[in-house]
Design a protein around this ligand. Structure first.
Ligand SMILES: Cc1cc2nc3c(=O)[nH]c(=O)nc-3n(C[C@H](O)[C@H](O)[C@H](O)COP(=O)(O)OP(=O)(O)OC[C@H]3O[C@@H](n4cnc5c(N)ncnc54)[C@H](O)[C@@H]3O)c2cc1C
Length: 402
């Protein structure tokens, strides 16, 4: 007997579930509040669409931090290799970049999404766009559509509503209240893979906001991440910042601020820097001297001069200056707003879900994707997690309906 399944949320998690459910012969309707599907997925495509990562499971699974145990069986059932084969099957061959990250050869999401939606249509999946889910009334799902309320009955429901970052793309976190009213525990939604706030001086931010500081390394809690950081009006963002963001965010929550160290010349040892700084300064200004002696870029010099004791730096001995250049302290006072974060931490407490990702307190209602309480760094782990939880929820629904 065919059963009806309502998938709410047309992002990667919801669409993956819709595909598996339709292949299993269920009647599937995807409800999406935006006028088109997969908006955040398309945005991810702007950065090349890092679909997953090629590293071994021993390295891959710990990326999910506290949620590793929860994610392990889900990723084992929908592996990075399976994800690559799936993309390939949609005509989007993937490749492994030098960092081990996996991308489609086209480096974007739109051709993949187009082929995917075509496949879903052929499988008979219905799409109801501009349908904003409001919750339940009696046993019906209630949607707002063109200023009217529409009631929908379904044999099973999948919630795949995303997190709360980039709300203009659809995932706005408004679902938290609906589920809390049903006594579902929701861990607070917080920015993940996000930028941080720093109280820059006016001179520094006016000159360098929007500029990168290239080839640096960030150090926090014994972890060192090389890369390029971006100066913003209110702080910093960029790959190495995102990589440390969970630890930095949690430290700020606990202590009110966090001290991050920047190695401005990770390619030189302290001894090599000391030697290079022994070159006589002659009539050069301090900044020109740093530029000439150790090829320090202008934004890097700016960062160094953000130290409260900037007036004394010119009198530092070469070993003192070399030590500072290897570890320039920056005080982070908060995270950037969740609206600008790549992803969201927090969400439906994992203890609320059974093995098939059904909400134990709401039989027949399942959840998947970024709205669950797991987080991961950038590197393809986010999309892999969304696809894998979408697939697991689909299998959970099939078992439930049988
Ligand atoms: C700039 C950027 C770049 C990224 N790059 C990458 C990357 O390269 N690799 C990677 O792994 N990850 C990346 N991500 C993260 C990745 O895009 C997300 O983790 C993923 O899209 C989450 O999938 P999801 O299906 O759980 O939720 P979403 O993609 O957010 O989809 C949820 C859907 O639910 C809909 N919805 C929400 N509330 C309602 C409601 N009440 N009624 C009806 N519909 C509703 C939303 O409109 C949305 O379409 C990036 C994110 C951003 C912002």
């Amino acid at each position: 007997m065919t059963k009806t399944v309502a998938v709410i949320g047309g992002g990667p998690a919801g669409l993956m579930a819709a595909e598996i459910l339709a292949q299993a012969g269920q009647t599937v309707t995807v409800y999406e509040q935006k006028p088109s599907l997969g908006r955040k997925f398309l945005m991810a495509g702007r950065g090349g669409l890092n679909l997953t990562h090629s590293e071994e499971f021993e390295k891959f699974l710990p990326r999910y931090g506290a949620a590793e145990k929860f994610m392990t069986p889900l990723i084992e059932s929908f592996t990075p290799q399976m994800l690559r084969a799936w993309a390939d099957d949609l005509g989007q061959e993937t490749f492994i970049g030098t960092s081990g990250r996996v991308f489609p050869k086209m480096f974007k999401a739109s051709p993949l999404l187009r082929a995917w939606l075509l496949r879903l249509e052929k499988l008979g999946v219905q799409f109801k766009l501009n349908h904003h889910w409001l919750g339940w009334r009696e046993n019906n799902l209630i949607f707002k559509y063109e200023n009217k309320e529409v009631a929908v009955a379904a044999d099973a429901v999948l919630l795949a509503l995303g997190g709360a970052s980039w709300p203009r793309l659809g995932s706005d976190g408004a679902w938290t209240e609906i589920l809390q009213n049903k006594k579902i525990e929701i861990m607070p939604l917080r920015p993940a893979n996000c930028g941080f706030q720093i109280n820059w001086s006016d001179i520094f931010k006016n000159k360098y906001a929007g500029q990168p500081v290239k080839s640096v390394a960030l150090l926090f809690n014994g972890i060192r991440v090389p890369g390029e950081i971006m100066i913003t009006q209110g702080g910093i963002e960029g790959g190495p910042v995102y990589a440390l963001s969970t630890a930095l965010r949690d430290a700020i929550a606990q202590y009110g601020s966090a001290e991050l160290a920047v190695d401005l010349r990770p390619d030189m040892t302290e001894e090599q820097l000391t030697k290079a700084l022994q070159r006589p300064r002659a009539a050069l200004s301090f900044t020109n001297y740093l530029r000439k002696a150790i090829s320090l870029s202008s934004p890097a010099i700016g960062l160094l001069l953000e130290q409260p004791n900037r007036a004394e730096l010119g009198r530092y001995s070469p070993p003192q200056l070399a030590a500072l250049l290897k570890s320039v302290p920056l005080t982070l006072t908060g995270t950037s707003h969740i609206e600008r974060a790549i992803s969201t931490a927090g969400g439906i407490a994992l203890s609320e879900l059974d093995n098939g990702l059904m909400l134990k307190k709401l039989p027949g209602v399942f959840a998947a994707g970024e709205m669950l309480d797991w987080e991961a760094p950038t590197g393809g782990y986010l999309l892999q997690g969304c696809f894998a939880t979408g697939a697991a929820a689909a299998h959970g629904i099939i078992n439930f309906l049988n």
